[in-house]
Design a protein around this ligand. Structure first.
Ligand code: FE2
Length: 261
């Protein structure tokens, strides 16, 4: 068992340390065990098409995320949040599902426990909820943002924190939302945290977030081919991202890519 520091300087509070237990690597997880037993309800909205990843190979992971969502539907607030996100901007909703699937794959590679995976998926699904408080026209506008506009967009992790403050989220799920734009070298936002000051789940979500964002068509640019985005993520190991997480990312690309690298 290891201890990790999870709260940074912005809160002004003492750092919070959480226990993070990992399974022995190589044991593997039965992902379908991580959900509360409920009838599986297909929801085509949850099927992502992530470049470089084979939908056939990654299907069970997608289904695991879907089942987690189904199991959490007992929290009516979560259903409301996801529905609202989808109505606000379908791209952000689908992106959040992609980030949840990729994060789940990486965390499994990193041998996190199944109960932790659920918190990670939840945080990933809600990581961009704060964007709902930013004008959609600004988020989707072609062309470069002014400095002030970019400063406004950078508030979305804090706005998400505000929106979800009173919800029954675990600390780790919550920190995915607050810290997914922090960077390993301290050059991220909102707090400029670095290295292990960033919660491990936020480190994972950061890689998934960037990979998916790079490969998606946006009104202001065309998505990059999966292989190019892959190289960019790998180039960010040790600067933007944790080397350990990027290694896990490389492993899942080998395991789940359509072509094999
Ligand atoms: Fe974000």
């Amino acid at each position: 068992m290891e201890e990790r520091r999870v709260r940074g300087k912005r809160s002004g509070q003492e750092p919070v340390w959480v226990k993070s237990e990992r399974k022995q690597p190589g044991k593997g997880l039965d992902l379908l065990d991580i959900v509360v037993a409920k009838p599986y309800t297909p929801a085509k909205d949850l099927y992502p098409e992530i470049p470089l990843f084979s939908s056939r190979k990654s299907g069970p992971k997608v289904r695991a995320v879907e089942q987690i969502v189904q199991s959490l539907r007992r929290w009516s607030w979560l259903e409301v949040e996801l529905d609202r996100l989808c109505r606000f901007d379908r791209y952000t909703y689908v992106h959040s599902i992609h980030v949840a699937v990729l994060s789940l794959m990486m965390a499994e590679q990193l041998a996190y426990k199944r109960k932790d995976l659920r918190d990670l998926v939840l945080g990933a699904l809600l990581h961009d909820v704060g964007k709902e408080r930013i004008p959609l026209a600004l988020l989707n506008r072609p062309g470069k943002l002014t400095l002030n506009e970019f400063e406004l967009v950078k508030e979305h992790p804090s706005l998400g924190e505000e929106i979800l403050r009173l919800k029954p989220l675990s600390l780790s799920a919550y920190l995915v939302i607050c810290q997914h734009h922090e960077r390993w070298n301290g050059r991220g936002y909102p707090d400029g945290l670095h290295g292990t000051q960033i919660h491990p789940f936020a480190q994972i979500a950061a890689v998934a977030d960037v990979y998916d964002a790079l490969t998606t068509d946006r009104p202001y640019r065309k998505g990059l081919p999966g292989r190019v985005a892959y190289e960019m993520v790998v180039a960010g190991a040790g600067t933007d991202f944790s080397e350990e997480v990027v290694e896990a990312f490389q492993e899942i690309v080998v395991l789940f890519s359509a072509t094999g690298l």
